[in-house]
Design a protein. Sequence first.
Length: 277
Amino acid sequence: MKKPQDIALPFFAYGIFKPGQLAFPRIKDFVYRAEDGYVTGSFKERDGLPLFNPSQGRINVRGTLIHFIEGRERDAYNRIIDIEPDKVYKWDTIKVNDKVNSNVLVGKRPVRGSVSLEESTWDGKEDPLFKYGLKEIESILENNSVFRFGDYNVIFRLQMAYVFLWSIIERYANLRYYFGGKPSEKVKYLADEESFVEGLKTYVKSERVIVSVDQLNYKKLNPGNPKSSIDYYYQVRCNSAHRGKAVFKDFDIIKDSLTELLAIFKYVLDNTLYLAK
């Protein structure tokens, strides 16, 4: 995606680039001033992303007018376009608060597959996966914490919860890092996040290994090695339950992994989405 025509203009953010939202850390270092603002048009959502359309509607869509540090505008806009929003957005200029010329990302084909938002402000904290999905996983974990031989349903429930957790993590990675691409590749960027490193050291007390499905190599969980640990947790997602006495080991692996990864991801989400300003 190309940069906007005039990068000296401020940027009006109404979605993931607002302070306190998942993509704001990408541009935070280049922000000189941020203030509340509004633009007029229609407001929709598609696949969890807000789409503003200035050519239709009369809703006052509220967001943040972001002024970048003089001389760092190019860096800031590069960070924005690096997320590849051209699949969803295009650049336009608009008057914020009916007076300040600004750059804004408007939705491409905003009507296609979208629904109208009932409110004039979009907040990623209201994403159902983040708000309700994690609570459902906690409930499943709490109600399936004991395994009795032959009761495979307990393991199946934990496995389903574990796969669901990875779906939520992939949703986070899609909004946090860049659109498009393979989710399995994007989640690896978690290893570079300070909150993931801290969470890993806080919630993982010892090392352990797991063999890959093809039995050709081992994946190691190591509190001091974030990249290796992500590979370990992802491998647990790919493994299936076994028969016989091995099922007890399966239960311990999936329960421990689900408990740890859930706590780590909640810590990451808190620091990125709820505590970030």
